[in-house]
Every structure is written in C-alpha cells, then in structure tokens.
Write a protein that binds this ligand. Structure first.
Ligand SMILES: C[S@@+](CC[C@H](N)C(=O)[O-])C[C@H]1O[C@@H](n2cnc3c(N)ncnc32)[C@H](O)[C@@H]1O
Length: 257
C-alpha cells in the first residue's frame, strides 16, 4: 500500500510543551468515495432541502458576488465549472442569483451524482455538460472558465492544494474561484467522522486560497436550518493576471501549512 501519511486528514492537534499530540485519519480512496456517493445520490437533494442548504447557498453566493461579480471573458455567456457538483445544489443556486446567461460544465467522481445534477438543472432550463473526472485532473484546457466553483469536495482530499492548483489552471486570469468547505462545528465533527473530511476555521479556508496567490479574498460563514451555528464557510477570490515579466507563477507556490 502507498504511504498512508500521504493520504492523511488531520483530525486533532495539540501542543503540550514540546510535545505535539496529533491524530490523523486516512482519507477514503477514490473508489470507496465513488461508491458511497453513488449510494447517497438518490436521496441527496432531499436531504439538502431539509437542512435548508439551497437557500443557504443562494444567500452566500449573493453576498460573495455582490461586490465582485464574475464577468464573461469572451462573448456574453459566463463559462462556469462546478467541481464535485453532487446533485447540482451550488449550480442551481448560481442560476438563481446570476444575471448572465451561462455555459455550465461539471465534474464529479460519482456517475449517479452527475446524472442527478444533469436532471435537476435540466428541469430548471440549464444545460449541464457533465464529466466523470477527478478535480485533481480536470479534462479542460488552461484558462477555459470565468468562474470555477467547488462546494464540499476539497475537504475530502488529503492534499486539497493539488485540486486548487488544477481549478486555477482552468480558470482564466482575473476569473473568480469560489469554494465552500466544512467549518469546525458540531455538524462538521459529525461529517468528519462519517466522511473522513477536513473541518476548517475561516483562517485556514482563506489560507488554502491565499497560498495559491488568489487575491481579493472574501469569506462568509454559511448557516442552514442546522443547530450549532455556521457549519460551512464560503470563500471567493480572483486569479491574478500573469506577471508581464513572467517572474511569478502562483500555481507553483509551495503548499500552505
Ligand atoms: C459533499 S458532496 C457535495 C456536492 C455538492 N457540491 C453540494 O454542495 O451539494 C461532495 C461531492 O464531491 C464529489 N467528489 C469527492 N471527491 C471528488 C474528487 N476528487 N473529484 C471530483 N468530485 C469529487 C463527490 O462524489 C460528491 O458528489
């Protein structure tokens, strides 16, 4: 088996004097994750509705995009990519709040999630181009999208920076990247136990993007109809324009601690 420390998700860490006590857990491997999400797909959208997630997504998107909206780079349609689309909750929310026509592509490792997303978006009149692919290896050319989003998939990855680098590769310069991740909370603890995910503070969520040179980062806590306060964090920012002198390549920066 490959070195398990390369697949570790930190769960607990405390310093006691010169001692560090730390617990990590091996992330699910991709095949297990696919099976688990395929099994969850038929009931996923109902579960999100009961928890008030669609409204929470709309609210967070409105707040994050209010003062810094993504614009089409070419033509008049906004080119959007949703990574780890699930049943399409974030794309559906975007369709409600955005004032541009959009072209929407999505990736997911679960074929059943992709099928649910395509159906739900079709019912709303939004055509989805679904791709069975891993967010760490996106099947798109560089600079292809105006907005790249990812809700609650990055925290499944032992090294989320691999995925963030890929998301930025396919995002055009000055395009908007938007991520939602599980916040350290009561629900975050439950999600971590069940799905072996990261749970983050707002500072760490911002750090995941700023480590890649993302600018103008905004951050919002997200609440649904769930006791225990905000269980999710939304962060958004812009990919920098390339350095005309060709000196800085932000996608090559070392990973955030
Ligand atoms: C918690 S669900 C979130 C779904 C949706 N974005 C939402 O907010 O409702 C996580 C989704 O990410 C997908 N996923 C997990 N790891 C992935 C990876 N490495 N590449 C692409 N999709 C992934 C899962 O199959 C699942 O559909």
């Amino acid at each position: 088996m490959a070195n398990p420390t390369n697949h570790a998700i930190p769960v607990f860490s405390r310093w006691l004097g010169s001692w560090q006590i730390a617990i990590s857990r091996r992330a699910f491997d991709p095949a297990d994750l696919q099976r688990a999400y395929d099994a969850a797909a038929p009931r996923w959208a109902d579960k999100l509705r009961r928890l008030g997630v669609p409204a929470a997504y709309r609210g967070a998107l409105q707040a994050l995009l209010a003062h810094d909206r993504p614009h089409p780079g070419k033509g008049h349609r906004l080119n959007v990519l949703d990574c780890g689309v699930g049943t399409g909750a974030l794309s559906l929310a975007l369709a409600d709040v955005i004032d541009h026509d959009m072209t929407l592509a999505a990736v997911d490792v679960s074929p059943r999630m992709l099928a649910e997303a395509r159906h739900a978006l079709q019912e709303k009149g939004v055509e989805l181009a679904p791709h069975l692919a891993d967010v760490r290896d996106l099947p798109f050319p560089d600079d292809a999208f105006d907005l790249v989003m990812c809700a609650h998939a990055l925290e499944h990855l032992a090294d989320p920076q691999e995925a963030i680098a890929e998301m930025l590769r396919v995002l055009r310069p000055s395009g908007v990247v938007l991520a939602r991740v599980t916040r350290r909370s009561l629900l975050g603890g439950y999600v971590q136990l069940k799905w072996r995910t990261h749970q983050l503070t707002a500072e760490r969520a911002v750090g995941w993007l700023s480590a890649r040179g993302i600018g103008n980062i905004r951050c919002r806590p997200v609440r649904g109809r769930i006791p225990g306060g905000a269980w999710s964090i939304a962060v958004a920012g812009r990919k920098p324009e390339p350095d005309p002198a060709g000196i800085a390549d932000f996608t090559q920066l070392p990973h955030a601690a």
